[in-house]
Ligand binder design. Sequence first.
Ligand code: ZN
Length: 375
Amino acid sequence: MMKNFDENIHSDIYENLINSYKQSKIPHAQLFDSKYGYGALLIIISYIKYICCKDKQGDKFCNTCPSCLKINNLSHPDLNFVFPVVKKSGNKSISDSYFEIWKEMILENPFSDLVSWTNKLDSGNSQLAIFADESREIVQKFSTHPYEADYKFMVIWGLDKMNIQSANKLLKILEEPQPNQLFFMISDNSESILPTIISRVQRISLNRLSDTEIVKLLANHYNLNIDESSQYSRLSKGDYNKALELLSTSSQNGTYLEYFKEIMRYSYSNKVLQIMEWSDKLADMSREEHKQFITYSLNLIRENYIMNHRIKDIVYLNKSEEEFSTKFSQFINDTNILQINEEFNSAYSDLISNGVAKFIFLDLGLKLVKLINSK
Ligand SMILES: [Zn+2]
């Protein structure tokens, strides 16, 4: 079941869609021109749910009738999805071959984009595309009447990934609209869609989500308090995927901040034994995390140097980093900044040339003892 994404987003667009249904004027094909993180798929699914709902309440679907439940599971027999896939020898290159994986991703996060899909497929360098085989499937799926609903729905996710043969076939289908067939398409790159297709569809430009909408989504799905949610929503520029990305970086940064505080505390008070234990602990992280920790530290050092020079306006730190830096920044000054940077940078190069992490961190810690105490 789609993780209860029943938030009311883009209510103005949703209302227009509902009105077109009520006036029996649903366009045959609609293209949602939008970043995936703005929620186009969620709007489309809500709309289809409304159209099919057996127990509509005003402008709302009930979310409990069999039809609503099937759509929530993306398993309604009249609801079809097309999305880019990779070409595999032997297999037909069609969405149905990959549907279970795609469904899993969308049920987890209906805002998922092509980058999440590429990662999910683990497709490496293979190009994602909607191939010619797919258009034959569309024709075939649309050759029968709807099973349960009044319409058959075809949602094309990533329309711009359609290759030219496939696009030409789609064009033919779009040129002969059937009254009980509806197309919903999504693209975040509509410049690469054939103009002849564009001319056959009604375009809906979806704007970014509002800060309030993002705050609500984060609060409902990630248990964040208002302060945290507001911070991410401000930085996400209305893109839910961006907000999620910031969220995941920031929870990792919380760990890095703790490690950074520890080493600065041990170095300041010259606690060699603790510095050794600290090096062992950090050595257990992955190489990628080592690099991230060093990059994070370099950034924090820079911000503290700026803070020490009282140029507070241009400092960007989150709340816990700021709390720490208010006291710590006095230790990063003109005498030591260059050399501290140099030590972190050289640890970085040693790490990427496969040096022994334990010794690299120990060496770094011991060098900091002197540097952090120089006034
Ligand atoms: Zn319903």
